[in-house]
Design a protein around this ligand. Structure first.
Ligand SMILES: [Zn+2]
Ligand SMILES: [Zn+2]
Ligand SMILES: [Zn+2]
Length: 456
């Protein structure tokens, strides 16, 4: 169908929506969904019954709503899928991370006195790639090698360009045929395991430095962390983490005096350097031992110095809503039967995906589930995780927001105020679709100024 016909349909549907007597109800739903790009449609009802007398006190049904459905936010964490819901998640993550640094949301302000580091664990090199580095505000040459040899593919492995910040070549290999695509996707696949081993080694080394057994240490010291995975442009993940020392009751209690910032730094460096993940020999290739790259960054977080709590919380929250699509891969699963050449992606991403599909078909590597995670270039971990005692939880932050929304509904008369102990609430919901029709999307986009003002 030509685009002009689609637009004509959308415009006709938009006019129908605007002329609908129920328009203000629809606008209110869209407004409450906070600009969600792909709201979930729910059909159902909520009934409030008096538990003692069996009387129906109040009934809400979506039958009276526009199109018979309630539109609620999709709650996606991925900015590429729904910018507005991802923004909510980003903001919640920010408050949660910040509470763990300076207090708030139930965490006492005394937490600022606990030893705390911002640590970046990187991937090793899998071959030279085009990069942009700056020093004292000046852009450095990419990869200059005065007496660079030609590689077996006839390419000179040197690049003296000073690349712009948005150049397409950034993160791409100087020679794609020399680049270790196998190592790159295997590293992503074992990165969650390396993280786990790092965290275990960190605890063990701290105990050793304190002259305690692990069990003895647990009675006086808890290691709390919040971490986020970030894709570098070359397509490998690295981790940023806030690592903090608490007393045995978590952030409310001070760690023992021997557990200093210096000691934590020492234990982090040790743990990052010793942990490994082994890959068996497969398909004619030798066994490999994967480990973190040499570029370990360990910095204290301060309230006003170079690296502030605001900056750290902002950084972690930002990457919590991003995935591999920033590297130019696809935001969906890829089937081995697909024609990779036809996918609208960059050559570097295509080769990483192809390597995931190749290795994923080998029995010895089945556990790594590389085919299912090919679109993530092999990484199958969570983007943003926290240890149980880090600070408050996203659930608590969400519940606070929902309480607030509920209070608002009560004051605007949508929900009757009942005593929760004597009232039985019966709810029934079913999924009735997702997204906005082209016409509705047009109204939501174009009518935004009066959508937000009208209809209450
Ligand atoms: Zn959404
Ligand atoms: Zn270059
Ligand atoms: Zn080469």
């Amino acid at each position: 169908m030509p685009a002009s016909v689609v637009n004509a349909h959308a415009i006709r549907d938009a006019i129908t929506r605007l002329g609908d007597p129920n328009y203000s109800r629809w606008a209110a739903q869209i407004r409450r969904a906070g600009g969600c790009r792909q709201p979930i449609h729910l059909r159902g009802r909520v009934e409030h019954w008096d538990a003692a007398t069996g009387t129906l006190l109040h009934r809400y049904s979506t039958r009276t709503e526009p199109d018979g459905v309630l539109r609620v936010p999709c709650k996606s964490r991925r900015a590429s899928r729904c910018p507005s819901c991802a923004e909510t998640y980003r903001a919640d993550t920010f408050h949660l991370i910040r509470a763990g640094l300076v207090g708030g949301k139930g965490v006492p302000a005394s937490v600022t006195a606990h030893p705390c580091l911002f640590v970046t664990l990187t991937a090793p090199s899998f071959g030279p790639v085009h990069t942009r580095r700056e020093k004292n505000g000046k852009v450095l040459p990419c990869h200059p090698r005065r007496d660079a040899q030609k590689c077996p593919h006839g390419r000179v492995l040197s690049c003296t360009a000073r690349h712009g910040a948005d150049e397409d070549c950034l993160g791409e290999p100087l020679c794609p045929d020399c680049y270790d695509y196998t190592g790159s996707v295997l590293f992503n696949a074992v990165a969650p395991l390396l993280w786990k081993r790092f965290a275990d080694a960190l605890r063990r080394h701290l105990a050793k430095l304190g002259g305690l057994t692990l069990r003895e240490m647990r009675e006086q010291l808890v290691v709390s962390f919040a971490k986020v995975a970030e894709y570098q442009r070359r397509g490998v993940v690295h981790f940023h983490a806030v690592i903090r020392l608490d007393g045995s009751d978590g952030p409310v209690s001070a760690p023992p005096a021997w557990a200093t910032l210096d000691l934590l730094g020492q234990a982090v460096r040790h743990a990052a350097s010793v942990v490994t993940a082994k890959i068996p020999a497969v398909d004619g290739e030798p066994a490999r031992v994967l480990r973190w790259g040499d570029q370990l960054d360990v910095r204290p977080i301060t309230m006003d110095g170079e690296l502030t709590d605001q900056a750290v919380a902002g950084y972690i929250a930002k990457y919590a809503t991003k995935a591999a699509e920033c590297v130019g891969t696809l935001d969906r699963r890829i089937s081995p039967a697909e024609d990779l050449v036809a996918l609208p992606i960059r050559e570097h991403a295509r080769r990483l995906i192809a390597e995931c599909l190749r290795l994923g078909a080998l029995d010895e590597l089945a556990d790594l589930r590389l085919i299912q995670w090919a679109h993530m270039l092999g990484f199958r971990g969570h983007f943003s995780t926290r240890s149980r005692r880090y600070s408050t939880t996203l659930g608590q932050i969400r519940a606070e927001r929902q309480d607030h929304a509920r209070d608002e509904q009560i004051t605007t008369g949508r929900l009757p105020l009942f005593d929760e102990d004597t009232v039985l609430v019966v709810t029934h919901w079913e999924y009735a679709g997702k997204g906005l029709s082209p016409g509705d999307a047009l109204v939501a986009a174009l009518a935004a100024p009066w959508l937000w003002d009208g209809g209450q």
